[in-house]
Ligand binder design. Sequence first.
Ligand code: NAD
Length: 427
Amino acid sequence: MSIEAHPFSLYNDPAFDMAKEQFRVISEYMNIPSDERDRLFYPKRAISVSVPIHKDDGTTAVYQGYRVQHHLSMGPTKGGTRFAPSVNMGEVAALSIWMSWKCALAGLPYGGAKGGVCVDVRSLSPRELEALSRRYMQEMIPFVGPKIDVMGPDMGTNEQVMAWFMDTYSMYVGYSVNEIVTGKPIYLGGSLGRRESTGRGVAFLVERALDVLKIDAEKCTCIVQGFGNVGAIAAASLYYKAGVKIVGLSDAYAAFYDAKGLKFEDFEEHMRTNRDLSNFTGAPRISPEDMLIQPCDILIPAAVDRVIHGGNAGQLKCRILAEGANGPTTPEADAILDQRWNDIFVIPDILCNAGGVIVSYFEWVQDLAAFFWNETEVTDKLFRILDHSFQAVVRKAKTEKISHRTAAMAIAVERVRKAKNTRGLFP
Ligand code: NAD
C-alpha cells in the first residue's frame, strides 16, 4: 500500500500529516520506489504508557505518556522528551521523524526518537513534577538504554528532569548510567555548552547566511518568537556577539515590537524573576500574529510548529527565515516560500536547530568514554559540523535549483535509505 493511502489513525495529528506531506514531496523528488517509502517513513516502534502519580492533595492522577523510535538502521535512537498539553502519539511521531532527518543530515550515528507526556507543567508542584518525571522514566525502562534509545530535554523539560530520568534508570540497574540521557547538569555527566548549543547553532547559521547574502550583521534587525532555551539564547548570541538589533520578541503569553530596537537586557532581567513575559511592561506590545509579519532582516520562529502557514507566508518581510523550532513552516507555506526563494533565505529546521542534538551526541560520547572536553572544544566541533552541513545544503540547492529544505531533506533521506538498503529488513 502506498504511503498516501495508509490510514494509520494511531498517528492522527496535523504535525504528523505535515511530516508525511514533506516526505511525500521529497520521495517524489528523489524518485524513491513506492515499496521503499513506507519503510523509510513509518516509525519502527511506538509506545504508549499510563503514568500515575500521587498529587499533593492526596488524589491520584494518570497522565498519558508516549515514546516513538523512528528507525534503528544507524545506531540507537535519540530524541527529546516534551511535557506539554499538545503531546499525543501523532505529534511525537512527527518529531521523531524530523529527528531522524536531522541526525542523518549532521552525520550522527542515530535514528530519531521523541517522547512526551500530555501535561501542562505549570499545573504541577515541584514534587508532582518529580513524581511524573520519575514514573515516566520507570515506564520507559523496558524500551530505552544507552545503546537502544537515549532521551534528552525538549519543551517543558530541563536539566533537573534529565537528572531525575538518569537517577531513576540508575536505581533500576544498580549503578550510575550517565549516558542514558543527555542535557544533564554538568556535574552529573552533562556536556559543557549543551544548554546553549541549539540557540548558539541557530545564531551561527544565521551569520553564515548573512555572509552568503553579503549583509552586515550590525545593520540587521531580528524578530524572535519564543523566549525559552532556543529563542533566548539565539537572540542573546545575535544581540551581544554579532551586534544585531532585536526588534521583536514574544513568548506564549505576550509579544513586543519596536522598530527602533528593544532593550534586550530588560527582557533577560525580567526573566530572572518571572516565569514568562505576561506582565512585562518595558516595551510596546503587538499581537503575536502581527509580530511575525513586521519588517526585519532575520525572523526566528523558536517556539512551536506550524506558525508560518499558507495565510502568512506571503506576507513575511524578512530576508532570512531561521527555523529554531521544529516544524514551524507548513507545506502550504513552503510552496509560497519556494516562489520567494530569491527574496527569503530559509534555514530549514533540520539544519537550523541541529546544534542541540549535535552537542547531545557529544555528551553521550563523553559519558561513554568517561572523558570530558572543555567548552571551546565542544563549540568548535559543533560549528564545524554545522558549517559542513550548511555548505552541503546550500551547494545542493544551488546546483539542483531546489529549496534549502528539499536539499537538506534529500541529503538526509538518502543517507537513511542507503543504510536501510545496505543492511536489510531488520531495522
Ligand atoms: P522552551 O520550553 O524552553 O521555550 C519555549 C518558548 O516558546 C517559551 O518562551 C514559550 O512561552 C514559548 N511559546 C510556546 N508557545 C508559544 C506560542 N504559541 N507563541 C509564542 N511563543 C510560544 O522550549 P525550547 O527548548 O526553547 O524549544 C523551542 C522549540 O525548539 C521547540 O519547537 C523545540 O522542539 C525546538 N528545539 C529545541 C531544542 C533544544 O535543545 N531545546 C533543540 C531542537 C529543537
